[in-house]
Design a protein around this ligand. Structure first.
Ligand code: C5P
Length: 201
């Protein structure tokens, strides 16, 4: 069975948690495509050329825990504006989407560019303030030295870069079901997404 769930949205809207929960509930594989860009961003912070880093990336060696820092998120959104970087990561994502058994992919351009023909297209969003507060609590719990103002500024800067870049900007793709999680707890957000998936499965 090839069944693809494509989920896009801005940082900290809840798409990661929703993607994992939906994948587990329906027995699908999950790919957090942000990790690909974060891995390239981390290589650039270490001094590598972004395009070379993207072409040589080994997607099986992504260390999610190490890649979830503000500095790497920022570096990821800077390399993500480069068409050659995006092109180097496209085949892997499309191949993952077609793996037998079905898959959930989440990112910024999954509905619009990578898998426009996916069985389910979702756009998960929330207000910048709600997203910044969630990200602040997450980073503070990990012991990161962050402030609320700093995290909000960072979320807004990343939104701006992701939404206004020329190549594959973040948009709610035509036909995508929008889920605004500003006023939903995580359980309700997962139920809303699962209901859309269940209709198509
Ligand atoms: O989702 P996450 O916060 O891990 O993504 C990090 C950055 O990678 C985003 O801000 C965005 O610039 C980029 N990205 C992208 N396309 C994707 C996934 C992530 O441009 N499909």
């Amino acid at each position: 069975m090839i069944f693809t769930v494509a989920i896009d949205g801005p940082a900290a809207a809840g798409k990661g948690t929703i993607s994992k929960a939906v994948a587990a509930r329906f027995g699908l594989r999950h790919l957090d495509t942000g990790l690909l860009y974060r891995a390239v961003g981390a290589r650039v912070l270490a001094g590598d050329d972004p395009v070379t880093a993207a072409r040589n990336l080994d997607p099986d060696e992504l260390d999610g825990a190490a890649l979830r820092t503000q500095a790497i998120a920022d570096a990821a959104s800077r390399v993500a504006v480069l068409p050659e970087v995006r092109a180097a990561l496209t085949d892997f994502q499309r191949a993952f989407a077609r793996l037998d058994g079905g898959a959930v992919l989440d990112g910024r351009d999954i509905c619009s560019v990578i898998c426009p023909d996916a069985d389910v297209l979702l756009f998960v969003t929330a207000s910048p303030e709600v997203r910044a507060e969630r990200r602040y609590l997450e980073l503070a719990a990990k012991g990161s030295d962050v402030t609320r103002e700093g995290v909000l500024a960072d979320v807004l800067a990343r939104d701006d870069r992701d939404m206004n870049r020329a190549e594959a900007p973040l948009v709610a793709a035509p036909g995508a079901t929008v889920i605004d999680t500003s006023e939903l707890d995580i359980g309700a957000a997962v139920e809303a997404a699962s209901a859309v998936v269940a209709l198509r499965l």
